[in-house]
Design a protein around this ligand. Structure first.
Ligand SMILES: [Zn+2]
Length: 225
């Protein structure tokens, strides 16, 4: 499948979703679905470049879609002002070729990961907090987010609570777009493995960590099949 025939779903149109959608559009992706229940708030503006002061109070999906359509005439953008839930997740994954996790909530990240494993639609996980960023491509068969973290931590902070470096969100969102568009022959070899990209914004170091599927993983483990 060529880049411009891919239909990509971006869940979250904030710090990660804005730069990821720009990078995908520049690479030639013409069909995007944007999904986010929230409206633009003044505190979003420093790290969410599609949203301007005049957009405060507007749904994020409409603000972002308008800027993308202006910059890339001919793009087909679907704006869904709603939350990803256990009820709509499977239908959304099976009607798109790839999903970008640009959310800022641990429970939604695990729901995205579990749905990717179940439906087989690839997911590009991304996360930023303070000065650190993570990104990983989740494929059918795993490894998945539960292989990394097992269960959602009870005390996980969101970006809004802990703060995040605006440039780090831009970096990880762009990295997610790159992982989304990589040819399969550039992906790590071997079934049940993936590369977790780890970016340290303080030392400006990038690491690629090999992740293996855990046999006892509740979502993708072979012991549960
Ligand atoms: Zn797993």
């Amino acid at each position: 499948m060529t880049v411009n025939s891919k239909h990509v779903l971006i869940v979250g149109v904030g710090g990660l979703g804005c730069p990821a959608s720009l990078a995908l559009a520049r690479a030639g992706v013409t069909q995007l679905t944007l999904m986010d229940p929230d409206v633009v708030e003044p505190t979003n503006l420093h790290r969410q470049p599609w949203h301007h002061l005049a957009d405060v109070g507007q749904p994020k999906v409409h603000s972002a879609a308008a800027k993308l359509e202006r910059a890339f005439p001919g793009m087909q953008i679907t704006a869904r002002q709603e939350r990803l839930t256990a009820q709509n997740a499977d239908e959304l994954f099976t009607t798109h070729d790839l999903v970008i996790d640009a959310t800022d909530g641990v429970d939604t990240k695990f729901l995205l990961s579990d749905t990717s494993v179940r439906t087989g639609t690839p997911l590009i996980y991304g996360g930023v907090l303070r000065f650190e960023g993570l990104a990983m491509r989740i494929q059918r068969g795993g490894p998945c987010l539960r292989c990394l973290f097992e269960t959602p931590p009870d005390d996980a902070l969101t970006c809004a609570q802990a703060g995040v470096l605006g440039s780090m969100a831009g970096l990880i969102g762009g990295l997610q777009a790159s992982l989304a568009l990589r040819a399969p022959d550039l992906l790590p070899k071997g079934e049940g493995t993936a590369s977790l990209q780890v970016v340290d914004g303080r030392s400006l170091t990038f690491r690629s960590v090999r992740v293996r599927r855990r046999a006892d993983c509740a979502a993708c483990g072979t012991e549960n099949r």
